[in-house]
Structure formats: structure tokens, C-alpha cells
Design a protein around this ligand. Sequence first.
Ligand SMILES: *[C@@H]1O[C@H](CO)[C@@H](O)[C@H](O)[C@H]1NC(C)=O
Ligand SMILES: *[C@@H]1O[C@H](CO)[C@@H](O)[C@H](O)[C@H]1NC(C)=O
Ligand SMILES: *[C@@H]1O[C@H](CO)[C@@H](O)[C@H](O)[C@H]1NC(C)=O
Ligand SMILES: *[C@@H]1O[C@H](CO)[C@@H](O)[C@H](O)[C@H]1NC(C)=O
Ligand SMILES: *[C@@H]1O[C@H](CO)[C@@H](O)[C@H](O)[C@H]1NC(C)=O
Ligand SMILES: *[C@@H]1O[C@H](CO)[C@@H](O)[C@H](O)[C@H]1NC(C)=O
Ligand SMILES: *[C@@H]1O[C@H](CO)[C@@H](O)[C@H](O)[C@H]1NC(C)=O
Ligand SMILES: *[C@@H]1O[C@H](CO)[C@@H](O)[C@H](O)[C@H]1NC(C)=O
Ligand SMILES: *[C@@H]1O[C@H](CO)[C@@H](O)[C@H](O)[C@H]1NC(C)=O
Ligand SMILES: *[C@@H]1O[C@H](CO)[C@@H](O)[C@H](O)[C@H]1NC(C)=O
Ligand SMILES: *[C@@H]1O[C@H](CO)[C@@H](O)[C@H](O)[C@H]1NC(C)=O
Ligand SMILES: *[C@@H]1O[C@H](CO)[C@@H](O)[C@H](O)[C@H]1NC(C)=O
Length: 810
Amino acid sequence: MSGSSLSFVLVLLLSCLSESSAIIRKFHDVACRAHHIQSLMQFKNEFDSSSCNQTDYFNGVRCDNMTGEVTALQLPRGCLRGTMQPNSSLFRLLHLRYLNLSNNNFGSSTIPSELGNLNRLETLILSSNGFIDLSHNDLTGGFSLAQNLTKLNLLDLSYNHLSSTIMNPKSSIFTLHDLHYLNLCYNNFVSSTIPPEFGNLNRLEALSLFSTGLIGHVPSSFSNLSLLTTLLLGHNDLTSIFLPAQNLTKIPSQSHKQLEGQILEPISKLITLTTLDLSFLNLGYPIDLRVFSSFKSLAILALSGNSISPTSLSSDSGIPLSMEALLLSQCNISEFPNILKPLKNLRSLDISSNRIKGKIPEWFWSHPRLISANFFNNSLNGFQGLPEVLVNSSLRFLDLSLNCFEGAPPNLPPFIVSFTARGNRFTGNIPLSTCNHNSLTLDLASNNFTGAVPPCLSNLTAVNLRKNNLEGSLPDMFHDGSPLESFDVGYNQLTGKLPKSLINCSSLRLLNVEHNGIKDAFPFWLKALPNLQVLTLRSNKFYGPIATHDDRGAFPELRIFEISDNNFSGSLPPNYFVNWKASSLQMNEDGSIYMDHKEESIKNTYYIYADLVDLQYKGLSLEQVKVLTFYSAIDLSGNRFEGQIPESVGLLKTLIALNFSNNAFTGHIPSSLANVEALESLDLSRNQLSGTIPNELKTLSFLACINVSHNQLQGEIPQGTQITGQPASSFEGNARLCGLPLEGSCTGPRVASIQYVKEDKKEGEMVSWEAVTIGYALGLLFGVAIYQVIASYKPEWLVKIIGPYYCKSC
Ligand SMILES: *[C@@H]1O[C@H](CO)[C@@H](O)[C@H](O)[C@H]1NC(C)=O
Ligand SMILES: *[C@@H]1O[C@H](CO)[C@@H](O)[C@H](O)[C@H]1NC(C)=O
Ligand SMILES: *[C@@H]1O[C@H](CO)[C@@H](O)[C@H](O)[C@H]1NC(C)=O
Ligand SMILES: *[C@@H]1O[C@H](CO)[C@@H](O)[C@H](O)[C@H]1NC(C)=O
Ligand SMILES: *[C@@H]1O[C@H](CO)[C@@H](O)[C@H](O)[C@H]1NC(C)=O
Ligand SMILES: *[C@@H]1O[C@H](CO)[C@@H](O)[C@H](O)[C@H]1NC(C)=O
Ligand SMILES: *[C@@H]1O[C@H](CO)[C@@H](O)[C@H](O)[C@H]1NC(C)=O
Ligand SMILES: *[C@@H]1O[C@H](CO)[C@@H](O)[C@H](O)[C@H]1NC(C)=O
Ligand SMILES: *[C@@H]1O[C@H](CO)[C@@H](O)[C@H](O)[C@H]1NC(C)=O
Ligand SMILES: *[C@@H]1O[C@H](CO)[C@@H](O)[C@H](O)[C@H]1NC(C)=O
Ligand SMILES: *[C@@H]1O[C@H](CO)[C@@H](O)[C@H](O)[C@H]1NC(C)=O
Ligand SMILES: *[C@@H]1O[C@H](CO)[C@@H](O)[C@H](O)[C@H]1NC(C)=O
């Protein structure tokens, strides 16, 4: 395995099987025949392709340099949406050898057996598409796909919703005898066992069944797969993988000791394996690491989420010396494993979320090829040896977060690119030596560092110093060309002004200075930063207006905007939110909500620094959530804003939370808010809003929390389930409001409410209504799709909460 790519491969491994990418490049770029171009256009037109970029679409087409026939097709991500029909023009491109339709949305289509027409196919990639099944023929022994796809050697159906029917022994998958590579990870074969028919695919070199809901054991026919080098079986319920099922039932559960050291059947016969993933198998008995000693070529072994026998960890030999990466997260390990000592090829160790106490031994750093070490979430408290113990190491990624380290942090190794140590008890000043590492990601949040923020962070890529005891003002030392992308110094005691030189950090995505004592006017100048997505000024002493005479084009990428609890004042023009990124949710973007599954799981590994924010909104209080591309939040609460709530807020279609409470807003609640379909939390309490609550708001189906208390609202509360299910306190303090959940019914005010709506329109806010009409049009076009997409994705981001920021009790 080539060194530089190892961490990348690992990243992929954690989520799924790695693919040889950009196969398309090997095809020649020559003129294609006119009738093929026509078929390609027709194919596009069979779908909603409104976000397809014509240029990109045809960039992925390759034709034979002699005949002009289309031989390769790779569509850009997020281009097509709709059902793939059996009569699709795609099936007329009979000369296709490479077809990659990944990351589109053929939600709820079956995979048409007409793909079998494309009998020259060698590579077929249909990942991340929402397919639900193979066609009936392909499931029942009709073999329609397989009959013709005799040349297919790479099949990728990962990240779909394929059901257990595909694991049917008659499924045509098992007749694709020439497959070298089969990726089925992330599907729903719930409660299927692994059929012995996999043994037919004896040319397989790589197989991924990762996270597919399989149960039972690995059939003995797997010993037929003698060419296999990569096997990913993790995140399934393969309870008897280390023993044939019949043997397991014979052994009483209390004599677990006897199970240690049992052989791994039939996988133990696959001695050519270089990559093996057996993580999270729900085994119920400990694995003895020494069972892997016969795999002489094994380089990557993932056993996370299984318990490992302590005796095998403390022995000083047993794992093959070829081992380069070992993943032992959540293995209930309590001592630093001695078995790592002889592994001179070790590049990557993940031993996070165990119970390891004490110091990291000095010998660990002498592994000559070490690249990454993840000690996240243990009870480690120091380093054996001198403070310089790390300086000769080749380490590039080090995660010490959520441990019990004390005193000064270690001197960092020369090639380090990521040092994460949040949630420890490090003290003293932030070491100036960290600045010697260009492009470093430095996360020292939630420690007890004191003193000033060092004036040399400009060359770092990400800086997180949140929740320490830093004081003084932020150094005005950010130089032109700074690579800084993320800068969080929230929850310290910083004073002074926001440094103007931040304007030099044109890559900046996140700026968070919340809960400090910074006293400054609103930083209008930050609008010049083309990539700023998150701006959090919450709980400081900022003052003055936040709007100028023309705010169109402001903050082009901003999605999370939190400036609560300051002294901001003034009013916001109706078009304040026009041109905000959150308003331009487009097909390809909402498409990527669905389609970026794979990328998200890759980013979820610790190698890539994630921007994190607190989402502190009623009904949705989440600490340190990842900033993802498809939601936005705005908090202006606790200031002195006045005037009307800008109607253009209804354009922010990805908004999930909005808090305008505790200000002096007047006028009506904009009915354009009904356009913000993803809205979950809406707080307008403690203002001077008047008129009725717009009846349209009852259509907001995600609204979990609404609070309009303590205003001067009147009339009937819109009677939708999301609204009437709220506590009465959400509406109290509005003397003339009536209807559920408030007690007492409405008599008469219904008429009044209609009059109010009419009055609204007479006042005539042309600019805003124009904007809102555009918003509604977009809503009509994409509404249903977005609804489904967000509904299906929602649980994903809700669980993406990175561990707590407090120090644990050691
Ligand atoms: C299409 O993509 C190409 C490059 O990928 C880009 O140059 C072009 O501006 C895009 N066109 C549109 C309309 O977005
Ligand atoms: C056509 O493509 C083949 C490979 O597919 C290549 O060997 C050959 O040189 C190409 N011919 C021309 C004229 O580009
Ligand atoms: C398939 O296409 C996607 C673009 O949609 C690309 O990112 C990916 O690398 C391609 N996969 C292969 C194996 O060529
Ligand atoms: C495919 O068949 C459907 C009816 O089943 C028809 O509406 C559609 O036009 C056909 N598409 C093509 C490309 O022939
Ligand atoms: C196999 O391909 C031939 C043409 O090459 C086609 O006539 C036949 O319908 C295909 N079979 C299936 C099951 O798709
Ligand atoms: C193993 O592969 C051979 C072909 O090489 C095949 O005949 C045999 O049925 C396979 N065995 C099993 C158990 O699948
Ligand atoms: C499993 O049981 C069979 C007999 O039922 C026995 O021959 C075999 O040795 C056992 N294997 C292990 C690993 O205990
Ligand atoms: C973890 O290991 C300890 C012994 O070291 C054992 O008592 C405990 O049950 C194990 N916990 C789990 C979840 O396996
Ligand atoms: C690092 O290497 C240098 C030169 O090989 C050596 O003198 C020094 O003692 C080493 N430092 C540590 C902490 O191992
Ligand atoms: C942080 O350090 C200060 C003194 O430097 C000390 O008073 C305080 O208790 C420490 N806080 C924690 C949480 O250890
Ligand atoms: C920051 O990077 C620039 C350009 O790479 C370099 O000239 C400068 O010395 C670096 N500053 C520090 C403090 O390392
Ligand atoms: C830390 O590890 C324990 C298991 O040792 C696990 O239960 C817990 O969820 C982990 N915490 C985090 C924040 O990952």
C-alpha cells in the first residue's frame, strides 16, 4: 500500500470500500456520433434535470476514437432526479463499457433489467441513488442482468435502499461470475443471512457488505474466494463469525474464557487478505487478536466495537508484522496494548473510546512510519519520557481529546497537520511553537489555557480555542494569503475589538467569538469574505446597526448568523435576507442533501476537521453540531432591534431555527415564513408584534417549537397540529389572542383576522412581496422533493453531535 494514500484509504474504509477513482480519465475524449448525442439528450430529458450543467453533463461522455460510439458515461452529481423507466434512452447506448450514475436521485426506482442490454459493460456504478430493488426478473432467477453482463467486473450498488430480496440465492448478482469488485455497503438487507452463493463469485478481489443489516454467520463457501484481498463485513450482526454456528450453541455462555483463541472460519482460509473489517459485529464474546497471526499480508484490520481479550492485547506478539493500520475503537480496552510494540510497519492506530489509563509509553512514538494516532475518549493522563518525546516522530495526525492530560501540552512533531486535544486539563499559555507548523489544525478547546491568544495563528488552517481562560484582545496579525478556514475563540474573557486583519483570511468559513467581552460595531467589513458560512458574535458587547442602506449581496455564503445578547439596534430593511445563501437552495444542493451521504461519512472521520456550532434554540438545543450544507439558523435575540421583521426572511428555505425574541420588533408576523418549510424552531416572543398569526404557518410540518408570547397579537391562533400542540405559555401575554392551545374559543375575531390580512396588503410592501413570490415559486417546484429529502436525512445530522466539551472525571 502506498504510504501517502494510506490515511485516505483508511478514511474510506471506515465508511465503505475504496474505489479506483476517475476511471473515466482513461477513456479518450473524441467526437461522438450525432444519434448518440441525441440519445444522451433524451436520457437527460426523461428526468427533472433542471440543475444539470450542460457542460458538465457532456464532460462525462467518452466515445470510441474509431467508431464514435459512446463508450463511457459519468454523470455529474445531483444532475438527474426521477424514476428510471425500462424504456429509457440510456439502454440504447449499446457500446457503453463504463457507466457511472452515482449521486443522482432515482428515488424509489427498481434497477431496470434492461441494463442487461448494455452487454459490453465492465464498470457499473449506481451508488447513492435511492434505488430500492433489482427488477423482478433479476430476483427470481430470470438472470436478465447476468445473462448479458458477462464482462462486468466492477459493480457498485452502495448507499441505496436495496432490500433483503437481493440476498435471495436466485438473485442475478450471484451469476456475475466475472466480478472483481462488488460494493453493496449501506443498504437494508435487514435480517438476511449471507447466502452461500457468494462462493460463486470466485474472481472477487474486493467485497463490501459493510452496514447492510446482515445476520448469522459467514458461509463456508467464502473459502472459495481465494483472490480476495479486501473484505468488509463490519456493522452487521454476524454473531458467530469466529466459530461455525453449531459450535457456538454448544458452548455455555458463562465459559467465555474457552472461546478466546478460537479460529476464524472460514475467513481464516483467506490468507491473501490485506484489508479486513469486522467492526461492530455484536459478537457477545471477546476476540483473541492472535487468531489473525496467519494472515501474513494483512495491512488494515478493523475490529472496533467488539471486545478484545485482554490477554491477547498484553502479549508481545501475535499480530502479523505486516500490519499498517489497526482500528480498535470501543473495544473495552483498559491498558495500553503491548502487542503494538513489534509492529514496525504501523502507520495508523485508532484506539479511541476505550478505558485506557496512565501514560502513553515512550516506545509508541518510535514506530518509524507512524502517521496517525487516535486516543480520543480514554483516561490517559500523560506521556512517558521527556516533553520532547514526540519531536522525532513522523506523526501527522494526533487526537488526544477527552482524556485527562495535565500541565503543558507536548512539543509537537515536525510534520504534524492536525493536533486535537479538546476536553483535557492542559494549562499554561498556548505554546508559541504551535505557530511553526504551517497549515496545522489546532483544537485546544475546553482546557484551562490562560494568557493571550498568540499573535501567530495566521498560518494555521483551523484554530479552536473555545472554552479556556484566555484574555486580552485578539491579535491583529492575520496576513494576506492566510489559510485560516475556521476560527473559534468562544467562551473566553477576550476584550477589545474584532481584528480588521481577519479580512485577509479569504478562506475563512467559520468565525465564532461568542461569550467574550468584545466591544465593537457590527463587522460589515466581513462581507468581503467570500466563503464565510458561520458568524457567531453571541453574548459580547457589540453595538449599533447591522444593516446599511443597501444590503443586497451581503454575506454571500452565510448560513449560521448568531448575534444574540449584544447591544445591536436599528431596523432591518425588508430585503435584508435577499441574496443570502440560505435562500438559494437549488436542485443540486438539496440534491446533495440526499446524495452527499458518502462524503458526509468520510468527513465524519477525525482526519478532516469539522466546523462545529452550538444550536441553542428552543426545542433544538444541540451542543457542537457539525455545520452541514443544508441547514441554516439565525439568532438576533436579546438586542434592541426595532421596525418590522424583514419579509425576505421567508426566502431562507434551509432555515431550521429563527430567534428574534427579546427585541422591539413591531408590525406583523410575515406570512412569508410559511415558505420556510424546514423550520423547526421559531421564537418571536417578547417583541411588540401586532396583528394576527398568519394562518399559513399551520402548514409548517417540521415546526417543533413556536413561541410568540408577550407581544400584542390578536385573533385566532392557526389551528394546525404543530401549533395547537404547543404549550399555552408559547402564546401567553397577548391579551387578544384566542383559540387552542389557549383556553376559550374565538367568537368573532375570525372576521377581524381577515380584515387584518387585507390591511396588510394595502400597506403594500412591494419589494418584499416580489421576493416572497420568487420564494413561493421555488417552493412549488422543489417543495415535495425537499420535504422528502430533509425528512429522510434529518436523523443523520441530529446524531452528528461530537462528544461533550467538558472534562471527564478521571
Ligand atoms: C458548468 O460547469 C462549468 C465547469 O464545470 C463552468 O465553467 C460553467 O460556468 C458551468 N455553467 C453553469 C451554467 O453553471
Ligand atoms: C484510439 O484508442 C486506443 C485505445 O483505446 C489507442 O490505443 C489509439 O492510439 C487511439 N487512436 C487514436 C487515433 O487516437
Ligand atoms: C463516479 O462519479 C462520481 C461523480 O458523480 C465521481 O466522484 C466518482 O469518482 C466516480 N467513480 C468512479 C469509480 O469512477
Ligand atoms: C416510456 O414509456 C412511458 C410509458 O410507460 C412513456 O410515457 C414514455 O414516453 C416512454 N419514454 C420513452 C423515452 O420512450
Ligand atoms: C441481451 O442483449 C441482447 C442484445 O445484445 C438483447 O436483445 C437482449 O434483450 C438482452 N437480454 C436482456 C435480458 O436484457
Ligand atoms: C467454488 O468455485 C467453483 C468454480 O471455481 C464452483 O464450481 C463451486 O461451486 C464454488 N463453490 C462454492 C461452494 O460456491
Ligand atoms: C466445531 O464442531 C465440529 C463438530 O461439530 C468440530 O469438528 C470442530 O472442531 C469444531 N470447531 C471448533 C473451532 O471448535
Ligand atoms: C469490559 O471489561 C471489564 C473487565 O475488564 C468487564 O468487567 C466488563 O463487563 C466489560 N464491559 C463490556 C461492555 O464488555
Ligand atoms: C531525536 O533525534 C535526535 C537525532 O537523532 C537525537 O539526538 C534526540 O535524542 C532524539 N530526541 C528524542 C526525544 O528522542
Ligand atoms: C483553571 O486554572 C485556574 C488558575 O489558573 C484555576 O483557578 C481554575 O480552578 C482552573 N479551572 C479548572 C476547571 O481546572
Ligand atoms: C507563514 O507563512 C508564510 C508563507 O508561507 C511565511 O513566510 C511565514 O514565515 C510564516 N509565518 C510563520 C510565523 O511561520
Ligand atoms: C467514550 O467511550 C465510551 C466507551 O468507553 C462510550 O460509551 C462513550 O459514548 C464515548 N464518548 C464519546 C463522547 O464518544
